[in-house]
Design a protein around this ligand. Structure first.
Ligand SMILES: CC(C)(COP(=O)(O)OP(=O)(O)OC[C@H]1O[C@@H](n2cnc3c(N)ncnc32)[C@H](O)[C@@H]1OP(=O)(O)O)[C@@H](O)C(=O)NCCC(=O)NCCS
Length: 174
């Protein structure tokens, strides 16, 4: 089903913050609305694909909530479904395996759930659906990571009702 990669596509590693911000700002509004800002956590690893003199896609790993490692992927709308997302996931997995990590996490906005088949195909396992906001998933990299998929499922299922109770109580107090 895959069409040819764009002519002249070049894989990049170690992009700088100065390249990520303009890339994010230059995205069309619909794509920007689909994703969290890549710099909303501490970036650990970034990879990208340049086509001609334009950055067509970026992705990587960042540390956010509780210092957990989350992956992010952003492909410019005109370059979707050409295999760039897959190349980015491959780079992230290669980097994470090289570091001996057992897993990393994925976050998908529920409003963007049409992209879920892509993540399932790559190997992410859904662990929770958070309210009407996010689908959380885990990408296991070894046996320990596979066990953690079940652990995250239990943790999220326990934590989410507690979080929503706290929010409700806070709402009453206001
Ligand atoms: C989600 C996203 C990263 C996928 O990247 P992509 O370059 O379009 O995906 P690829 O071309 O590498 O596709 C890899 C596989 O997933 C499948 N796939 C990709 N998008 C899909 C979709 N929307 N529905 C079903 N399958 C899809 C492809 O068919 C392909 O399968 P194949 O190898 O059997 O041909 C890209 O659509 C994107 O960046 N979207 C906007 C931002 C976003 O939503 N980011 C995710 C939140 S972090």
């Amino acid at each position: 089903m895959k069409t040819e990669k764009p002519h002249g596509a070049a894989q990049l590693k170690n992009l700088t913050y100065d390249e990520i911000e303009p890339f994010y700002r230059s995205l069309d509004e619909r794509t920007r609305a689909r994703v969290d800002h890549p710099l909303d956590g501490r970036i650990e690893f970034v990879t990208g694909v340049r086509v001609g003199d334009q950055l067509a896609a970026i992705g990587g790993l960042k540390r956010s909530f509780l210092r957990l490692r989350f992956s992010f992927h952003i492909v410019r709308a005109e370059y979707e479904k050409l295999g760039l997302g897959h190349d980015i996931t491959r780079d992230i997995v290669e980097y994470a395996r090289g570091r001996g990590y057992s897993h990393f996490l994925g976050t998908l906005r529920l409003s963007n759930v049409s992209r879920l088949p892509y993540f399932l195909k790559e190997g992410y396992k859904v662990v929770s659906v958070e309210g009407d906001l996010y689908v959380r998933s885990v990408f296991p990299l070894n046996r320990r990571g596979e066990i953690l998929v079940d652990v995250y499922r239990i943790l999220f299922n326990l934590l989410l009702p507690v979080r929503s109770m706290v929010r409700t109580v806070r709402g009453w107090r206001r």
